[in-house]
Ligand binder design. Structure first.
Ligand SMILES: C[S@@+](CC[C@H](N)C(=O)[O-])C[C@H]1O[C@@H](n2cnc3c(N)ncnc32)[C@H](O)[C@@H]1O
Length: 264
């Protein structure tokens, strides 16, 4: 009998934000798959590490490209298609051999998660279940201590890869927003936030919930930011009594206290 495929969201980084269901499935799996960059590190594996068994088969699915430039968008798409085809076949071999496979996915699998490309290649062939996870923007808002959206607020999720003008238009039209996929896109995102008049209440959050988490006001961030970061634009209609987004002073104070906290 074929094994089963599980696309498991493991949350934004903190192993305590892995759901009880995800933990149970990870502990029981025969095979653990996870996409990782060529440097070999995986945020998803790190979040799941306390729940892995030493005798499980691990399949590190290494992206052929990350942020490096390719010749063209077409060449990039082609490389990724090949990568997902090949990765799906690696997992299919385990499934055909009767092994249950858990694919770890950072945050939620169906929210910009790369698991979805394996899902579309495998879910029609094998019994499949998807387990939702805590998204990065939820963890970021919790870390910033700021409510994101309330009452009739229109909440918009924007990929930072959009052109500056489109980003600004989206941010202008929203009551609250999150801009994902920073990194090289950051300077255009910061300019768009200024163009849209939301820069003052924007909060930059890097590696939310991980030990390296960092929060800062937009103006304090230089252009060189990692991919695992986002920009929150909390509701302009902050609930009464809420502290509101952290000022740069509060963010630095918070960051200072984290750096002084004992490791572990
Ligand atoms: C491919 S999307 C994955 C989203 C993920 N599936 C989720 O549910 O949050 C990658 C983007 O998510 C954001 N992200 C993921 N984890 C993050 C974290 N721990 N802290 C801040 N941003 C994060 C960043 O904007 C990053 O560029």
């Amino acid at each position: 009998m074929n094994g089963r495929l599980f696309g498991v969201g493991v949350g934004p980084g903190d192993p305590e934000l892995v759901t009880v269901k995800a933990q149970r499935l990870i502990e029981a799996a025969d095979v653990i798959g996870y996409p990782c960059a060529r440097h070999g590190r995986s945020m998803a594996r790190r979040a799941a590490a306390p729940y892995l068994r030493a005798d499980q088969i691990e399949e590190a699915l290494t992206y052929p490209v990350t942020t490096e430039a390719t010749d063209s968008q077409e060449a990039y798409e082609e490389l990724l298609r090949g990568f997902y085809d090949q990765s799906a076949e690696v997992l299919a071999e385990h499934l055909v051999a009767g092994r249950d496979v858990v694919v770890l996915c950072e945050g939620d699998p169906f929210f910009y998660g790369s698991y979805m490309y394996l899902h579309e290649r495998l879910a029609h062939r094998f019994a499949t279940e998807v387990v939702p996870g805590v998204t990065a923007f939820s963890a970021a808002a919790a870390a910033a201590g700021t409510p994101l959206a309330k009452r009739d607020d229109l909440f918009t999720v924007v990929p930072g890869t959009l052109p500056r003008e489109s980003l600004a238009a989206e941010l202008r039209g929203a009551d609250a927003a999150v801009v994902m996929k920073l990194g090289r896109t950051f300077p255009a995102v910061a300019d768009a936030a200024r163009d849209a008049g939301v820069a003052q209440r924007a909060v930059y959050v890097e590696r939310a919930s991980a030990p390296e988490q960092r929060l800062a006001a937009l103006d304090e961030v230089d252009g060189d930011v990692p991919y695992m970061s986002l920009l929150l634009v909390p509701t302009a209609n902050a609930p009464r009594g809420s502290p509101g987004p952290p000022t740069s002073e509060a963010a630095s104070r918070w960051w200072g206290s984290v750096r002084q906290a004992p490791a572990g």
